[in-house]
Design a binder for this molecule. Structure first.
Ligand SMILES: NC(=O)C1=CN([C@@H]2O[C@H](COP(=O)(O)OP(=O)(O)OC[C@H]3O[C@@H](n4cnc5c(N)ncnc54)[C@H](OP(=O)(O)O)[C@@H]3O)[C@@H](O)[C@H]2O)C=CC1
Ligand SMILES: O=C(O)C1=N[C@H](C(=O)O)C[C@H](O)C1
Length: 268
């Protein structure tokens, strides 16, 4: 499968170039950064540490998409919306790892997916998607007297909060309880907040150092507590998941797919 990596000079972009090149079924044929990037003209393979690929980083996605089958996109929300339209017009599979997407962004992506194959997930790792299934089950089993709190920690360079993974886990807990996350989520607490609302799903965010990504879902009952956790140790887990998603979606009709669909975990 011929792949373009957008945001190819970023932390994830470099991992994605490496993961795609390490998969015998894939080949990186394009690498994109935005105009003004210091990485323009550099070889994507050299930058990713996999040797020269003769794929110079360009700021012209339309040209890069012309000779590709799929695009992998871990960039920023505004960029992802533009890439979604361009990928749909070029008939490419679009794998989206970008987080911090607003409801309007997600709505726009869903409508593009009526005519394009899009796989989107706040976390492309097997471990987190399995964890989400477990969270859904535990939330379904326990009543509202078990308070759900989601704690996450990431590196100091992360720009969005709560993380896409924390929101994915929150959605799983809400689905398990049969409620809408948007109506029950508490994203921050400060000052005289009053008591915790029964049935709320709370989020807490830590940022610092070089932490790749850590998430805990805490079910706090009267006199006991259950904690389900995932610790990412290497960004390669996200990159390998994204490449797997691209290959999977190649055989699918247009639709807005999740990583749980790719991994066969949707029924969990
Ligand atoms: N779903 C998942 O499994 C995972 C998701 N992520 C998410 O992926 C995203 C990227 O993370 P990370 O790699 O750490 O961030 P980085 O900032 O290191 O990388 C993002 C890259 O995208 C580039 N970019 C931004 N806008 C454009 C544009 N219009 N055209 C081309 N390139 C563009 C940036 O360039 P510039 O520096 O010039 O802005 C940068 O090189 C985040 O949203 C993060 O949360 C991360 C890990 C796993
Ligand atoms: O920005 C990151 O680094 C990560 N972002 C994703 C998120 O927002 O959950 C996934 C992973 O935890 C790393």
């Amino acid at each position: 499968m011929r792949l373009v990596v957008v945001g190819a000079a970023g932390r994830m972009g470099r991992m994605l170039v490496r993961a795609a090149e390490e998969d015998p079924a894939c080949r990186v044929v394009g690498a994109v950064e935005q105009p003004g990037s210091l990485a323009l003209g550099e070889d994507a393979g050299l930058l990713a540490g996999v040797g020269r690929l003769s794929v110079p980083i360009t700021d012209d996605p339309i040209a890069a998409f012309r000779s590709a089958d799929g695009v992998i996109d871990f960039t920023a929300p505004a960029a992802t919306r533009l890439f979604a339209e361009a990928a749909a017009q070029a008939g490419l599979v679009h794998v989206i790892g970008t987080t911090g997407l607003s409801d309007a962004d997600l709505q726009a992506l869903r409508s593009t997916a009526a005519r394009a194959r899009i796989v989107r997930s706040g976390n492309m790792s097997l471990g987190v998607n399995l964890l989400a299934g477990l969270v859904r089950k535990v939330a379904r089993t326990l009543g509202e007297d078990w308070d759900v709190e989601i704690l996450e920690m990431h590196h100091r360079m992360k720009v969005d909060a709560p993380s896409g993974t924390a929101l994915l886990l929150g959605e799983a807990a809400a689905e398990g309880r049969g409620i809408e996350l948007r109506e029950r989520s508490v994203r921050s607490r400060d000052g005289h907040t009053g008591k915790r609302g029964a049935g709320d799903i709370g989020f807490a965010t830590l940022r610092g150092g070089t932490v790749v990504g850590e998430h805990s879902v805490i079910f706090a009952g009267a006199g006991e507590r259950i904690e389900l956790a995932h610790r990412a140790e290497d960004r390669a887990i996200f990159a390998r998941g994204a490449v797997k998603a691209a290959l999977w979606a190649r055989e699918k009709p247009p639709g807005f797919y999740s990583m749980a669909d790719v991994l066969g975990l949707s029924e969990l």
